[in-house]
Ligand binder design. Structure first.
Ligand code: GAL
Length: 424
């Protein structure tokens, strides 16, 4: 195992900003920013530490409001109760269309000044900028772009079993049995609704392509949701259980990644925040671990953009701290240092990526290819594709189907159609 390498830019950046922070201290009113997020795994915590240090180097204080639970389901529940009691944090990790839902409640603050100074309009791709605006005003700032449709593999395990990383579902099941016979868990998984949905959406993309994916999960089209291809995707998804272990119910995603890191399991289907765990363990992309697109999705890209939305605050110092946070997030230093730890690629496309590892380079190339080929799709499992109430209903159906011995793929598809029609 290799020693953890701090991204070279990080040390330089923090030093520079500490100096700048001291020099500018007379003009800046030091305030506190309370930040709700769900980055509590080893890799995630290191990544959020980058932001905390930058904010503090500017003289502000960071109040950490971390709510454990992958994909933020628990964090969103806690956020709702804080907001309902009239006491939301000043900043919160809120992703995708939910930004609009919070905007509609009139609770979000305006970031237009920061956006204008940083020229966000020119900097951000239009689709990303759109997601960050409510009613024409910036209310959130994007942190990164995660790719969801990744397969993570331990090459030593594959070598020991004498098999190759699968590139089709047929191969997946054959190779899986061989890995099992060699004493490994073929596919590490955590049985939680969002993790089930994460695997399922990749299977849908693989078998149905980006058109069917969009019809089903963005347009909520009934025909797509009960199509033969969707039935096949549901069937393949459930069959993947054969490759998982009995310990999966409720297991956190990062524990599954640890199973791959430790050579107990061969593979995991997970977004590239999993790479944060490999990095935190001191491992090298392409050598100690392998990233490959989920079978059948090499030219497609399921995106998941993390962002911070800012709640309205009245105190000037708190507002100053909040605006500083928003500004820092899109600056090159943060984008480069944070994303090299988090596993994602930068939210701004103009950065030098030469310091990034081979998985990030591939992610970027595939992101660009998918944008050009119109095969870039928003993650259903990670709040990018649909309203939160519909997403919640989809999660229930997908998980119940995955865990039920009786529910057929046809019945699950019918339920998805019903959940989608209630939304319409
Ligand atoms: C995702 C989030 C990622 C990652 C993951 C697991 O929804 O976008 O940043 O942290 O959850 O917690």
């Amino acid at each position: 195992m290799r020693a953890f390498k701090q991204p070279p830019i990080l040390g330089k950046t923090l030093l520079g900003l500490a100096v700048a922070g001291t020099l500018g201290a007379t003009q800046v009113q030091a305030g506190e920013v309370e930040v709700l997020h769900w980055w509590t795994s080893g890799g995630e915590a290191q990544a959020v530490g980058v932001l905390k240090e930058l904010v503090e180097a500017e003289g502000h204080s960071w109040k950490d409001f971390a709510v454990a639970g992958g994909a933020g389901d628990s964090a969103m529940t806690v956020l709702k109760s804080r907001a309902m009691s009239g006491n939301p944090p000043s900043a919160a990790q809120i992703n995708g269309p939910e930004i609009q839902e919070w905007g509609e409640l009139g609770l979000l603050g305006n970031l237009d000044d920061v956006a204008e100074q940083g020229d966000w309009d020119a900097l951000l791709p239009e689709v990303v900028a759109d997601m960050m605006r409510h009613d024409g005003q910036y209310v959130a700032v994007p942190v990164n772009v995660h790719r969801v449709n990744w397969l993570w593999a331990n090459p030593e395990v594959f070598a020991d079993a004498g098999v190759e990383v699968p590139t089709s579902w047929d191969e997946m099941f054959v190779v899986g049995e061989q890995l099992r016979a060699a004493g490994y868990v073929p596919l590490a998984h955590g049985g939680q609704p969002w993790q089930d949905a994460t695997v399922f959406e990749s299977v849908v993309l693989s078998l149905g392509g980006s058109d069917l994916y969009r019809q089903a999960f963005v347009e909520l089209d009934a025909e797509a949701l009960e199509s033969d291809t969707m039935i096949e995707a549901l069937t393949t998804f459930k069959r993947l259980r054969e490759l998982m272990d009995d310990g999966m119910p409720g297991r956190d995603w990062n524990l599954s990644t640890s199973m791959v890191i430790g050579g107990h399991a061969a593979m995991q289907i997970m977004g590239d925040w999993a790479k944060g765990e490999f990095i935190a363990a001191g491992l090298e992309a392409g050598e100690d671990y392998v990233c490959a697109p989920v079978p059948g999705t090499a030219s497609d890209f399921i995106f998941n953009i993390d962002s911070f939305a800012m709640f309205r605050v009245t105190d000037d110092a708190a507002r100053e701290a909040q605006q500083t946070l928003a500004r820092l997030v899109l600056e090159p230093e943060f984008q480069s240092a944070f994303n090299q730890v988090k596993g994602s690629i930068p939210a701004r496309p103009d950065l030098d990526m030469s310091e990034f590892d081979s998985c990030a380079q591939q992610s970027l190339a595939d992101f660009q290819g998918a944008s050009e080929g119109n095969t870039l799709v928003p993650s259903m499992a990670h709040r990018m594709a649909m309203r939160s109430d519909v997403q919640g209903a989809f999660f229930d159906i997908i998980t119940n189907y995955f865990n039920s011995a009786d529910m057929t793929a046809e019945q699950a598809a019918e339920r998805l159609v019903r959940a989608a029609s209630v939304a319409g």
